[in-house]
Design a protein around this ligand. Structure first.
Ligand SMILES: NC(=O)c1ccc[n+]([C@@H]2O[C@H](COP(=O)([O-])OP(=O)(O)OC[C@H]3O[C@@H](n4cnc5c(N)ncnc54)[C@H](OP(=O)(O)O)[C@@H]3O)[C@@H](O)[C@H]2O)c1
Length: 243
């Protein structure tokens, strides 16, 4: 059966996406650092959908091991990958603690990019498939409340744009998901909870965008218009906003 690799298989959004893909008959390979939790997610998917699901230990920060760790997942049946690794971190702490700033950048950008590079090469050799990565509207404009995370997501979005061009001739779709606020443990306590979308609705929109061959999708859709307004605010005004 065609298989999809979920990088960050314990993420709340990724679990919902995995369920949507399993319902469409895809087998799954789940990567992440918490094997016990991955096993629980896999068992649930097997029971609910009857799909084959394997688990693979992978820490996105252990970048030197990515190629070896991912080797077991790079099978001829692999049709796609969903990247859901993410770390919001603490912006205030990151301003004076280099380790925190680095963890935000390495989880969301460097480690994620290096993992996707390995998968991209495999899919290009296989002649098709898709890569779907969870970026964020936070990457569209640096806000003082979370600009290290925003910078990492902006970098990821730029990487995906270039990767899309590189992989298009090989028939590999690259989907950038620009997620707004989603109701997960990552967004718990964040201002703007009223705008938080349910992970199940986000997963449906993401899988719809995969099946339609889209390049970029805002989830929920209305963030496209919110971010248009945010981007249009002149810098001299934007710098005074405590967003
Ligand atoms: N929730 C939102 O409002 C929102 C908005 C925009 C974009 N996003 C993005 O959506 C994606 C999924 O986030 P989520 O909301 O589902 O949050 P989540 O449940 O906290 O998921 C984060 C995932 O990243 C994994 N992770 C973090 N550090 C890791 C490491 N060093 N090695 C391996 N895995 C690591 C976590 O694994 P553990 O379970 O082991 O911690 C978890 O699977 C992220 O990229 C996030 O930035 C979320």
């Amino acid at each position: 059966m065609p298989t999809v690799l979920i990088l960050g298989g314990t993420s709340t959004i990724a679990r919902a996406i995995a369920g949507e893909l399993a319902a469409r008959g895809f087998d799954l390979a789940l990567g992440g650092r918490d094997l016990a939790e991955l096993e629980a997610v896999a068992a649930d998917l097997r029971v609910r959908h009857g799909v084959a699901t394997t688990v693979h230990r992978m820490d996105v920060l252990e970048m030197e091991h990515h190629a070896t760790t991912l080797k077991a997942c790079l099978t001829p049946e692999l049709r796609g990958a969903v990247l859901a690794f993410g770390y919001l971190g603490d912006q205030r702490r990151a301003e004076s603690d280099a380790a925190e700033a680095r963890r935000i950048l390495d989880t969301n950008l460097t480690g994620s990019v290096l993992a996707l590079d390995v998968v991209a090469a495999h899919l290009a050799r296989g002649g098709g498939g898709f890569i779907c990565a969870l970026s964020s509207v936070a990457g569209e404009r640096g806000r003082q409340s979370n600009y290290v995370y925003g910078a990492a997501k902006a970098g990821l979005t730029a990487y995906l744009s270039g990767l899309r061009g590189r992989l298009a001739p090989a028939g590999v779709q690259v989907l950038t998901v620009k997620a707004g606020i989603v109701d997960t443990r990552m967004s718990a306590g964040m201002p703007g909870a009223a705008l938080a979308a349910p992970p199940a609705a986000v997963a449906r929109a993401v899988v719809r965008a995969i099946t339609r061959g889209r390049d970029v999708v805002y989830v929920p859709w209305f963030w496209r218009w919110i971010m248009l307004i945010i981007r249009l605010i002149p810098e001299r005004i934007f710098k005074k906003l405590t967003l």
